[in-house]
Design a protein around this ligand. Structure first.
Ligand SMILES: Cc1cc2nc3c(=O)[nH]c(=O)nc-3n(C[C@H](O)[C@H](O)[C@H](O)COP(=O)(O)OP(=O)(O)OC[C@H]3O[C@@H](n4cnc5c(N)ncnc54)[C@H](O)[C@@H]3O)c2cc1C
Ligand code: FES
Length: 354
C-alpha cells in the first residue's frame, strides 16, 4: 500500500510506502528537505501539511509542540502518511549541492581502530560505491535498537565523487545506547546497514573564499573529509582548522594535520585543549574552540566562510563569536551532532536556518 505525496512549492508528486517517512521518500527521489538528526529530535525538518493526513510518529514533544501539531505542522523525518497528502516545505536552492538520492548499503566492518579513549574509527567496506559530498553523513542501523544513528563520513570521496570504503569516527556517549553498542559489541567482519548520503554540510566551492573550519570532539570527521578534498583539488584559498578537545590524548589525527600544515603553506592547523589538568607540556592553544578562533583571527572573521561541526553547545558558542567578529549567517554552515540529550533547544536562537 502506498500514498501520493505532493511537495510544494516544487509541485513534485512522489509515492510514499506505508510506514515510510516523508523525509525518506523525498530523499530517495533526490528531493531535499532540510533535516539534521533524522529522528524527531531537532525540528529542522518541520513542514506544513496543507491537505491529507499524517501520523506524527516518534516526534519529540520539544521538537514538535502541541500548538504546532494543531497548526498542521509535522516532522518529515518521523511522519508517515495515512492518505494522499500535500505538504509545503522550506526548500532552498543550493548551487553547490549535488542531487544524490539516498540509497541503502550493506557495509562490512574491515577494521576498528581505537583513536582515543572515547573515539573509535570504523572502517567500512560497502557492497557498492557510495556517491557523496565531503562533509555529508550516513545513518547507521543499530541492530540492538532497531533504530539508526547519524555519523559523518570522515574520509573524502575519490576524484569521481564515489568511495567503496568509508570511515566513521564514533565517540561513545555516556549512557548512549547506539554508540555503546558500536563500541562494545561491533567487531571486524560484522555487517551493518548504512543509508546515505544525508545533509548539506559541504564546501561551497563556488564561493572561492578563505575558509575556517571549527571542530570539537568527534566533530573533526566532516572537516577532515572536506579538508582532504580541498587539498586534493589544489584549492588555493587559505584554509584554517581550529580543533578543540578536552585533553591531549583525545586530540586524534593531530599528527596528520600537523604534517598537512607543514606540507601546504595555505593550510593552518590550530589544536586547542580546554581541560586544565591534562595539558602536561602542551604549548599550543588553551581554551575552547571559539576562544582559540577569536585569538587567532584577532576577533575579525570578515571575508571567511565558516564551517562548524560538533556538539550543539560548541557550535552555538562558535556562531556567537563569529557574529561578534563580523561574519553573518550566510557565511556560516553548521553540522550539530545532536543526540537525545540535546532535544530541547537544538535550533539556534541566532540563526533562521539552523
Ligand atoms: C548529522 C549528525 C552527524 C553526526 N556525526 C557524528 C560523528 O561523526 N561521530 C559521532 O561520534 N557522533 C556523531 N553524531 C552524533 C551521534 O549520532 C550521537 O552520538 C548519537 O545519536 C548518540 O546516540 P546513542 O544511541 O549512543 O545515544 P542515545 O541513546 O540516543 O542517548 C544520547 C544521550 O542522551 C541521553 N538520553 C537518551 N534519551 C534521553 C531523553 N529522552 N531525554 C534526555 N536525555 C536522553 C542518554 O543518556 C545519552 O547521554 C552525529 C549526529 C548528527 C545529528
Ligand atoms: S531531522 Fe527531523 S527532527 Fe531532526
Amino acid at each position: 500500500m502506498s500514498y501520493q505525496l505532493t511537495l510544494e512549492p516544487l509541485g513534485a508528486t512522489i509515492e510514499v510506502e506505508e510506514g515510510q517517512t516523508l523525509l525518506d521518500a523525498a530523499l530517495r527521489q533526490g528531493i531535499y528537505i532540510p533535516h539534521a538528526c533524522g529522528h524527531g529530535l531537532c525540528g529542522t525538518c518541520k513542514v506544513q501539511v496543507c491537505e491529507g493526513e499524517v501520523d506524527h510518529g516518534a516526534a519529540n514533544p520539544f521538537a514538535l509542540m502541541d500548538m504546532e501539531r494543531d497548526d498542521g505542522k509535522t516532522l518529515a523525518c518521523c511522519a508517515t502518511l495515512q492518505a494522499d497528502t500535500v505538504i509545503e516545505a522550506d526548500i532552498e536552492d543550493e548551487p553547490d549541492a549535488l542531487i544524490i538520492p539516498v540509497r541503502d548499503f550493506r557495509a562490512t566492518v574491515a577494521r576498528i581502530e581505537q583513536l582515543t579513549p572515547t573515539i573509535k574509527a570504523l572502517h567500512l567496506t560497502l557492497d557498492k560505491p557510495i556517491q557523496y559530498q565531503a562533509g555529508q553523513y550516513v545513518q547507521v542501523q543499530i541492530p540492538s535498537l532497531g533504530q539508526s544513528r547519524a555519523f559523518s563520513i570522515a574520509n573524502a570521496p575519490n576524484a569521481d565523487g564515489f568511495a567503496s570504503e568509508i570511515e566513521l569516527n564514533v565517540r561513545q556517549v555516556p549512557g548512549g545506547a547506539g554508540t555503546t553498542w558500536l563500541h562494545e559489541s561491533l567487531k571486524a567482519g560484522d555487517q551493518l546497514t548504512v543509508a546515505g548520503p544525508y545533509g548539506r554540510f559541504f564546501v561551497r566551492h563556488s564561493a572561492a573564499q578563505p575558509m575556517v573550519f571549527m571542530a570539537g570532539g568527534s566533530g573533526l570527521s566532516s572537516p577532515r573529509a572536506m579538508i582532504q578534498e580541498l587539498l586534493a583539488r589544489d584549492c588555493a584559498q587559505p584554509i584554517t582548522l581550529i580543533y578543540g578537545q578536552r585533553s591531549r590524548e583525545e586530540l586524534y589525527y593531530d599528527d596528520e594535520f600537523r604534517a598537512l600544515a607543514a606540507q601546504y603553506p595555505h593550510f593552518t592547523y590550530i589544536p586547542a585543549i580546554s581541560g586544565d589538568a591534562e595539558c602536561g607540556d602542551w604549548s599550543g592553544a588553551r581554551g575552547f574552540v571559539h576562544e582559540a578562533a577569536r585569538e587567532h583571527f584577532a576577533g575579525n572573521f570578515s571575508g571567511q566562510k565558516a564551517y562548524l561541526c560538533g556538539p550543539p553547545p560548541m557550535v552555538e558558542a562558535c556562531i556567537s563569536t563569529l557574529m561578534q567578529g563580523r561574519l553573518f549567517e550566510r557565511d556560516i554552515y553548521t553540522e550539530k551532532f545532536i543526540s537525545a540529550a540535546d532535544a530541547q533547544g537544538t535550533r539556534s536562537p541566532l540563526f533562521k536556518r539552523v
